[in-house]
Design a protein around this ligand. Structure first.
Ligand SMILES: [Fe+2]
Length: 159
């Protein structure tokens, strides 16, 4: 298992020059650090803490991807389809790991999730998100909190 390896942290060079998206990305890194602690600390609270953190991860993934995708669609972004495919592929990988954990209770697999999140984000931000730099800006990205971005609450407060 590799969850005792130090996790990478968000650094300034990962900025995409959109404040709310940088905040989302930072939230993922913080959540991954929490998951890393939780999965490597066996105690009575561990199942509850794991379930809570994976619920938050699922919500972050849904909300953050929607935030980016809605903004890219609004901006007629040229690589929207490819970007959505990259998001979907990652979401599927995470879902499979979470399903495996919920079926088997295996800490081994769920313990890989924190590193998967930070490794994927590190690469995705530098390679894929970097392509929308200058196209997505503070002015054209919905900056409501992540929890409001989830599907059921996805209504514009102002038109
Ligand atoms: Fe993205």
């Amino acid at each position: 298992m590799n969850q005792t390896n130090p996790l990478p942290e968000w650094t300034d060079d990962l900025s995409v020059n959109v404040e709310i998206i940088d905040e989302d990305h930072q939230a993922f890194f913080r959540l991954a650090a929490l998951m890393n602690d939780v999965t490597s600390t066996p105690d009575n609270d561990q199942p509850y803490l794991i379930e809570t953190s994976i619920n938050i991860l699922e919500e972050y993934i849904e909300g953050h991807f929607l935030r980016e995708q809605k903004a890219m669609a609004k901006a007629d972004y040229a690589y929207l389809v490819e970007h959505i495919a990259a998001h979907d592929a990652f979401a599927d990988r995470v879902t499979r790991i979470i399903q495996d954990y919920r079926q088997t209770g295996s800490i081994e697999k769920i313990g890989t999730l924190a590193h998967l999140v930070t490794d994927w984000l590190n690469n995705h931000i530098r390679v894929v998100d970097a392509q929308y730099k200058g196209i997505l800006t503070n002015a054209n990205v919905d900056d409501r909190p992540l929890v409001y971005m989830a599907a059921g609450l996805d209504t514009e407060l102002v038109s």
